[in-house]
Design a binder for this molecule. Structure first.
Ligand SMILES: NC(=O)c1ccc[n+]([C@@H]2O[C@H](COP(=O)([O-])OP(=O)(O)OC[C@H]3O[C@@H](n4cnc5c(N)ncnc54)[C@H](OP(=O)(O)O)[C@@H]3O)[C@@H](O)[C@H]2O)c1
Length: 250
C-alpha cells in the first residue's frame, strides 16, 4: 500500500532540488501534490517543465505573508484539507561578515524564517487534525561555519519553531519535525551570486568536512521527508534528523 494514498501534500519550493525530489516521491506514494512558484516566470516554467508532476502549481512568494495567505486559501478551496505540509522553500547566501548588507540579511530572514513561521500560521485553517508538518532546516544550525552566520541563524530559528509549534499544535494531533540536510547537490549553489570557480572551490572545501566524502542527493532527503509525512513516524514529534554523511555527528 502506498504510504500517502489519499493524502494531500503541499510542498513549498517544490519545483527544484530537494522539494522537487520530495514532490516526485510523494506522488509515487499516492499523494495529491501541490507546490508554489515564486513569480509569474517561475509559474510558467514550472507548469511547462514539470507537466504532470504536480496536481497544482500556485503562485506565491513565501517571503510575502499576503501571498502565503492567498496560496493556502486557494489550496483549501481547490483541494480541501492538507495532510502533509513540507515548508522547504529557502535561499542561501554566504558572505564574509564585513560585506553582508541589510538587503541580504532581510532576504534570508524573509524567505527562510518569516516564510516558515507564517507558512504554518496561514496553513493552519486548512490543515487536517493529525497532519504532519515538516520544516527544512540545515545542519549549519548547529555549526560555526565561516560566512554562514546569517543563513545558519535563519535555520536555527526554523529548528526552534519546530519545538514550540509542536507543543502548540499537539492538541490537534499535528506533528512538526525537521529535516536538516548537510550539503546536497541541488541548484541552490548556482543561485548564491558566486562565480562557477568560487562555487567549485567552496564545494571542494565542503566535501573535505564530510566523513562520507560526498555531497548528498535530493532523493536522500526526500526519503526522510516521506518518513516524517507518513504513519511510519506516528509517535515522532518535535525532532530533527541530520542527513549529512556524518558532517555534524562524527
Ligand atoms: N542543498 C543543500 O545543500 C541544502 C543544505 C541544507 C539545507 N537546505 C535547504 O533545503 C531547502 C531546499 O533547497 P534546495 O537545496 O533544494 O535548493 P533549490 O533547488 O534552490 O530549491 C529552493 C526552492 O525554494 C524556492 N524559493 C526560493 N525563494 C522563494 C520564495 N521567495 N518564494 C517561493 N519559493 C522560493 C525556489 O524557487 P526558485 O527555483 O524559483 O528559486 C526553489 O523551488 C532550502 O530551505 C535550503 O536552505 C539545502
Amino acid at each position: 500500500m502506498a504510504k500517502l494514498q489519499g493524502k494531500t501534500a503541499v510542498i513549498t519550493g517544490g519545483n527544484s532540488g530537494i522539494g522537487l525530489a520530495t514532490a516526485k516521491l510523494f506522488k509515487e506514494e499516492g499523494a495529491t501534490v501541490i507546490v508554489n512558484a515564486r513569480n509569474e516566470t517561475r509559474l510558467a516554467e514550472t507548469r511547462a517543465q514539470f507537466n504532470g508532476t504536480f496536481d497544482n502549481v500556485i503562485k506565491a512568494d513565501v517571503g510575502v505573508v499576503s501571498d502565503l495567505e492567498s496560496f493556502f486559501a486557494e489550496v483549501g478551496e481547490k483541494h480541501g484539507k492538507i495532510d502533509v505540509l513540507f515548508l522547504n522553500a529557502g535561499i542561501a547566501e554566504f558572505f564574509p561578515l564585513d560585506s553582508i548588507d541589510e538587503a541580504s540579511f532581510d532576504r534570508l530572514f524573509n524567505v527562510n524564517v518569516k516564510g516558515v513561521f507564517f507558512g504554518v500560521q496561514k496553513a493552519l485553517p486548512y490543515l487536517n487534525d493529525g497532519a504532519s508538518i515538516i520544516l527544512n532546516s540545515s545542519v549549519v544550525n548547529q555549526m560555526g561555519m565561516p560566512n554562514a552566520h546569517t543563513y545558519a541563524a535563519t535555520k536555527a530559528a526554523v529548528r526552534s519553531f519546530a519545538r514550540s509549534l509542536s507543543r502548540e499544535l499537539i492538541g490537534r494531533g499535528i506533528r512538526v519535525n525537521v529535516v536538516s540536510p548537510g550539503p546536497i547537490e541541488t541548484p541552490i549553489f548556482g543561485k548564491m551570486g558566486m562565480s562557477e570557480a568560487q562555487t567549485n572551490e567552496m564545494a571542494q572545501g565542503i566535501v573535505q568536512q564530510i566523513p562520507m566524502a560526498r555531497f548528498g542527493k535530493p532523493e536522500e532527503i526526500a526519503k526522510v521527508a516521506l518518513f516524517y509525512a507518513s504513519e511510519d513516524s506516528s509517535f515522532v514529534v518535535g525532532t530533527e534528523l541530520a542527513i549529512d554523511g556524518g558532517m555534524v555527528s562524527l
